[in-house]
Write a protein that binds this ligand. Structure first.
Ligand code: PXP
Length: 250
């Protein structure tokens, strides 16, 4: 039993990371986004960080102008980012926690403690027509809070599940997958659309893709890395194939 086709959002941040390593004009994230579309992506995700370490303001403009796929604009809950989102009005906004010193988005957003502030923060984004998603740990308290503040979507952080798999800590990995399963069911029961992502690879994607309540996976780092060896189009097609296979046999 599934709730429909599982969407793949391809995160292109690390195309910009490679470009920025040399301060050159290439590789171009928009070109990567167009290849992703050809290869079966349903959306493009880009995270404009406060320090602009990968995606730049100009990239967001180029994506807004040049993309035919919906853009999922990832951002921290800051006034600066809210202004940028309200100017561009992307299809979706995903609110993530952001620490300057982290290498990637390490944990989920603390929604429960910041409920009022976040409710006010997302209201204008929703009024502007953006689908607001909150990136959170698979934690009932956080999911309830995301629901109360008026988010339409939660994205469950799959980083711990993937890390345990990579470490060979399979009992812990399975416990984390059970938690993701329970919390996807719980979020769905509240009427939230459930997404998932972070750290997913060919080895870890299928059990998450098989969860019937999960409607979208956002995947970046692994795909951009894999593109070095097999090319971006085949790398994405293989992910798409594994997702579809997991869904069909779920
Ligand atoms: N979802 C969210 C909210 C993220 O912040 C990220 C990383 O930017 C991803 C998905 C994709 O994670 P990864 O690049 O590890 O596939």
């Amino acid at each position: 039993m599934t709730d429909g086709k599982l969407r793949l959002g391809v995160n292109i941040d690390h195309v910009a990371t490679v470009r920025n390593a040399r301060g050159s004009a290439y590789p171009d994230p928009l070109r990567a986004a167009k290849i992703a579309e050809e290869a079966g992506a349903d959306g493009i995700t880009a995270h404009l960080r406060e320090d602009r370490r990968h995606i730049s303001d100009a990239d967001i403009e180029a994506l807004m102008d040049g993309l035919t796929l919906p853009l999922n604009f990832e951002m921290a809950a800051t006034d600066e980012m809210q202004k940028i989102a309200l100017r561009h009005k992307p299809h979706a906004v995903c609110i993530v926690p952001e620490k300057r010193e982290e290498r990637t988005t390490e944990g989920g957003l603390e929604v429960a403690r910041e409920e009022n502030k976040l409710a006010h923060f997302i209201a204008p984004l929703r009024e502007a027509g953006c689908r607001v998603s909150i990136f959170i740990a698979a934690d009932q308290r956080q999911i309830e809070a995301a629901h109360r503040i008026g988010a339409e979507v939660i994205e469950l952080h799959t980083g711990a599940y993937c890390d345990f798999h990579a470490e060979g800590a399979f009992d812990k990995r399975d416990a984390e997958l059970a938690r993701l399963t329970d919390m996807a069911t719980f979020g769905h029961s509240l009427g939230l659309e459930v997404h998932a992502g972070h750290g997913l690879t060919y080895d870890t994607v299928k059990p998450v893709a098989a969860l019937p309540q999960v409607m979208e996976l956002n995947i970046g780092h692994f795909l951009i890395g894999e593109a070095i060896f097999r090319g971006l189009d085949p790398a994405i097609r293989e992910m798409r194939r594994l997702m579809d296979e997991a869904r069909e046999t779920a």
